[in-house]
Design a protein around this ligand. Sequence first.
Ligand code: DGL
Length: 258
Amino acid sequence: MAVLDSGFGGLTVARAIMEELPWESVLYFADSARGPYGSKSIETVRAYALECLDKVVTHEVKAIVIACNTASAAMLRDARERYDAPIIEVISPAVRQAAVATRNRRLGVICTEATKRSQAYEDAFAAAPDIDVLVEACPRFVEFVERGDVESSELRDVARTYLQPLKEASIDTLILGCTHYPLLSAVIADVMGPGVTLISSAAETARETALCLQQLGIERQNRQVPSRHTFLTTGSRRRFQRIGQRFLEAKMLQVHSA
Ligand code: DGL
């Protein structure tokens, strides 16, 4: 199955899928040359992501996971119209999980600027009008993660500023609405305090993927032969390898040019 992302962050989702479905082979497609997507317009993200998926489907994948919140927000509907393969995304799994987790019905979402502008999370919560949702963009978080900084005092200062409105709103549940943010969980949890539950879509998306394959009867039957993962990037293979290994905690990734 294929996993699409603007770069490295979707590896948090790919990793959860590899853990949930160890017998399935994953084709990971990273648009690292043009990512990050989060600061771009919705139209640009839609065009880029569809272009990537046009290449992905030439590999005859049985399902597509859009692991990027920004891409999901920008083009989910177009992708479902355009391709035959079932498409799983990361927003609704997180929303479902958060709706169950919140006790005081006050909930926060942190994400990229493009995801916030798309109002995808507000739309996803429309079916639960009793939940107050506050969405905040945290544009600099991606840059910290990509340079390997997940704990500096500069990061903590930035996190305190971004998260202050959410603290003031007394939320009890916070969706990490961007693929990179699970790597900042320690800092975010520290700033928000122990009363706030953090929701990451990776594990839930992996469960949804498993369910989808099962319901469609397209899970891999032969589980004796080990799975083989392929990583394709539109950008530098070496950079993908270096940063990707950090996300997957894997020794060596075989990365190819897309
Ligand atoms: N993958 C993106 C997301 O989940 C974060 C990185 C980017 O801005 O492209 O929104």
